[in-house]
Write a new protein. Structure first.
Length: 408
C-alpha cells in the first residue's frame, strides 16, 4: 500500500485531497493500493477569506462530510516537523507524539499572519487569520457590547491597510451592530505606508478612499504601532488611541514547515514549485497554496489567495497520484487574474489584470464578491462522490461574473 499524505485542509489542501481521490478513482485498479490521508489541526475546512465577515455561521465545513464519501482518511494533529529524507512527518495529536510515513507528500499548510515583537501585541491583539481567531474576536465584541460604557470601548483599531485590513475595517460597522454595540463608534485603520492599499494599485486607491470615507473609517498613515496596552495603542507618532480592540492584519508569511525542505524559497518563505506543483530537488514532495509559489502564466508568480490555492490544490492532487502511478502529469496555467475587495455596506471593488484595472465598483462589484465568497469557493456539500469529483477536475475556472455597468 502506497500512502499519499496531504498536510493542511485549507483551500489548497482540501482540493488536493479531493483531486487525488478523483485521479485514484479514474485510474481504476492501478489506484486500488493508494491510500490518501489528510492531516489538519482542525476537523473542518475554514472558508478563511470570510473570517472578516459579520456572519461566521457557514465558514467552518466538517471534513468528514467532504472526505468520507470519497474514501480519504483524515486526522487531527499539529505538524511539528517533516523529514523529507526519511519521508516522515512528526505530529502531535490528542494521543501524544506520532510519526507518519509517506510515499508522496502534498504540503499545503498555507500561511499565517506575522506578529512582530511589539510590546503588548501578543497579550492584547486580535486577528482574523483563523476561524478560532475570528470567533475569539466575535466573542470579544459581543462582550464589550454587554459591558458598561468605558473609554475606548467602541473604538476599533485595525493595523494593516492591505486587502485584509481594509475588508476588516469596512465590515466593522455592521459587525459592531450585530454584536449589539449601539451609539457612536470609531474605526481607525493604521498603516506605515503613506496611502491606503499601497500595493493594490493607483487606479483602485481613490475608490477605496471614497468607500472608507463613506463608512466613516479614519486612517493613520505613515505611522507604526509602538506598543499595545489593555487600554489602547501607542503609535510611533506619539499618539495614544484609547481602545480595547486592536486587530492585527499586517503581513503574511508561509508556514514555517516550508523551511524543512532544501528547495528554494521566496521572500514570503514560499517554496518554489514547477508547473506540476513539484518542489524542486525534493523527490516525492508537491506543494500548493500559500506555502508555494508557481509562475502560472509564464511571467507572474501566484499570490496568496484562494483564487490560486484552489486550482493549485486540484492540480497537485491529480499530479501526485499520476506521479505515483506512472501516469502523465498536467501543468497548471492560469491566464487571468482578478481581485475583488469587499468594502462593507458601501459595496466592493472589482479589478482585472496584474495592473488591477478597475472594472466595477459599489453594489455591482458587491454582487460578484458575494458570488465568490458564498458560492464559487465552496465545495459541494451534497455528500455525493460524483459532485465532489466533478468540482475537483484539474481545470481552471473562467473569471467570476461581473454585474452592472463596467468601468472602462
Amino acid at each position: 500500500m502506497a500512502r499519499i499524505v496531504v498536510l493542511g485542509a485549507g483551500f489548497a489542501g482540501l482540493w488536493a485531497a479531493i483531486g487525488a481521490a478523483r485521479m485514484r478513482d479514474e485510474i481504476g485498479d492501478a489506484g486500488r493500493d493508494i491510500e490518501i490521508h489528510l492531516v489538519d489541526r482542525n476537523p473542518y475546512h475554514n472558508i478563511r477569506v470570510r473570517n472578516y465577515e459579520v456572519d461566521l455561521s457557514e465558514v467552518a465545513l466538517p471534513l468528514a462530510q467532504l472526505l468520507d464519501p470519497i474514501g480519504v482518511t483524515h486526522g487531527i494533529g499539529e505538524v511539528e516537523a517533516v523529514d523529507p529524507a526519511r519521508r516522515q512527518i512528526a505530529l502531535v495529536t490528542s494521543s501524544g507524539e506520532e510519526t507518519l510515513s509517506y510515499d508522496r507528500l502534498v504540503l499545503a499548510l498555507g500561511s499565517e499572519v506575522m506578529r512582530p515583537n511589539i510590546p503588548g501585541l501578543a497579550e492584547h491583539g486580535f486577528d482574523v487569520d483563523t476561524f478560532a481567531a475570528a470567533r475569539r474576536l466575535d466573542d470579544h465584541l459581543t462582550s464589550l457590547a454587554r459591558s458598561a460604557p468605558s473609554q475606548g470601548r467602541s473604538t476599533i483599531a485595525v493595523v494593516g491597510a492591505g486587502f485584509t485590513g481594509i475588508e476588516v475595517a469596512a465590515e466593522m460597522p455592521d459587525r459592531l451592530v450585530r454584536a449589539g454595540m449601539s451609539g457612536s463608534r470609531r474605526i481607525i485603520l493604521i498603516d506605515p505606508n503613506l496611502a491606503v492599499g499601497a500595493t493594490i494599485g493607483a487606479q483602485a486607491r481613490p475608490v477605496i478612499e471614497t468607500a472608507l470615507s463613506s463608512l466613516e473609517v479614519e486612517t493613520r498613515l505613515g505611522v507604526r504601532v509602538a506598543s499595545v496596552e489593555a487600554s489602547g495603542v501607542r503609535l510611533s507618532s506619539g499618539e495614544f488611541i484609547p481602545t480595547q480592540t486592536l486587530i492585527w492584519c499586517a503581513g503574511m508569511r508561509a508556514s514555517r514547515l516550508a523551511e524543512s525542505f532544501a528547495g528554494a524559497r521566496d521572500r514570503l518563505g514560499r517554496l518554489l514549485v514547477d508547473p506540476f506543483m513539484r518542489v524542486a530537488d525534493v523527490p516525492g514532495v508537491f506543494a500548493a497554496g500559500d506555502v508555494a509559489s508557481s509562475v502560472v502564466d509564464g511571467l507572474h508568480p501566484t499570490v496568496m489567495s484562494c483564487q490560486f490555492a484552489r486550482p493549485m490544490g486540484r492540480f497537485a492532487g491529480h499530479n501526485v497520484v499520476a506521479d505515483l502511478a506512472g501516469r502523465p502529469m498536467l501543468p497548471l496555467r492560469i491566464d487571468w487574474y482578478v481581485t475583488v475587495l469587499d468594502l462593507g455596506a458601501w459595496g466592493a471593488l472589482y479589478t482585472e489584470g496584474w495592473d488591477r484595472e478597475v472594472r466595477t465598483t459599489g453594489q455591482a462589484a458587491k454582487a460578484t464578491k458575494q458570488t465568490i465568497n458564498r458560492k464559487r469557493i465552496y465545495p459541494p456539500m451534497t455528500g455525493s462522490k460524483e459532485d465532489l469529483f466533478a468540482a475537483a477536475a484539474p481545470t481552471v475556472q473562467a473569471p467570476p461574473p461581473t454585474y452592472g455597468t463596467q468601468r472602462r
